[in-house]
Write a protein that binds this ligand. Structure first.
Ligand code: NDP
Ligand code: 8X3
Length: 251
């Protein structure tokens, strides 16, 4: 029987590439996001390859998260793999100039949203004593860079939650691990810079950034290891990147 995978943030970037790869591999997919038209498009496209269910909700809305999971029809109700991917950076400002609305968005989505999703899905994994949770962190969860302050804090929180989950769920045989990418060219910078396309494009100029498909490949590798192998914490950067601030660019 094919496994059921729930991916948050499946409408774009890393989540979307992961959904596309997993559909090819025959996983049953629950795809989440807020943009209905993109969810419909994904269902049309990937529904030709595998069973797909889409769920539209904002991960910040605790009640909506729980309702969405409770609403799952029988054939999708057993979630084998949860990919906590939904998230973004909002703004890139020094701490004294940052917007509290941006701070709230990042903490509410990247941290609290991930917690709500996990809390909603975990009871069934605990009951079955099986399951796999993959938390998408970031190099921003391993180091802090100028003006990254609250985004970095949110991803450091993901790092801590990933470790905490692994410890607390150890008794149930549930695998927990994080994939922490460096610079991946997605809609991430468009969101961070609020639609300033030129500024967003510049982030990836002069070097070969990671593609969302590179991260999808890694997530696929992580979930297809034999049960006794848990990739607990993985960091991946473009070859041109040595740290958040050191990127070899040919401009
Ligand atoms: P994208 O902007 O391309 O995708 C973000 C996804 O998250 C979208 O599908 C979006 O869907 C979803 N999302 C955002 N906010 C919410 C919300 N409030 N409720 C539900 N879904 C939401 O960015 P990436 O693919 O790059 O980002 C995916 C993850 O990877 C994030 O956690 C990000 O922090 C992390 N990451 C990204 C890196 C990069 O360089 N790109 C590097 C390291 C980590 P919708 O708008 O439809 O809701
Ligand atoms: C995304 C990578 O360096 O923009 O998490 O924070 S970075």
């Amino acid at each position: 029987m094919s496994k059921t995978v729930l991916i948050t943030g499946a409408t774009s970037g890393i989540g979307r590439a992961t959904a596309e790869l997993f559909a090819k591999q025959g996983f049953r997919l629950i795809l989440c996001g807020r943009r209905q038209e993109r969810l419909d498009e994904l269902k049309d496209q990937l529904g030709k390859q595998t069973q797909v269910l889409t769920l539209k909700f904002d991960v910040r809305d605790r009640e909506a998260v729980f309702l969405a999971i409770e609403s799952l029809p029988k054939e999708f109700s057993q979630i084998d793999i949860l990919i906590n991917n939904a998230g973004n950076a909002h703004g890139l400002d020094p701490i004294d100039k940052g917007s509290p609305d941006d701070w709230e968005a990042m903490l509410d989505i990247n941290v609290k949203g991930l917690l709500y999703m996990s809390k909603a899905v975990l009871p069934q994994m605990v009951d079955r004593k099986s399951g796999h949770i993959i938390n998408i962190g970031s190099t921003a969860g391993k180091e802090v860079y100028p003006n990254g302050n609250v985004y970095c804090a949110s991803k450091h929180a993901v790092d801590a939650i990933n470790q905490g989950m692994r410890i607390d769920l150890n008794a149930y045989g549930i695998r927990v691990g994080a994939v922490n990418p460096g610079l991946v060219e997605t809609e991430f910078s468009d969101v961070r810079f609020k639609g300033d396309t030129e500024r967003a494009t510049n982030v990836y100029k002069g070097f070969q950034p990671l593609k969302p498909e590179d991260i999808a490949d890694i997530i696929h590798f992580v979930v297809t290891r034999p049960y006794h192998v848990n990739i607990a914490d993985l960091v991946v950067m473009p070859t041109a990147q040595a740290s958040s601030t050191i990127v070899k660019k040919d401009l």
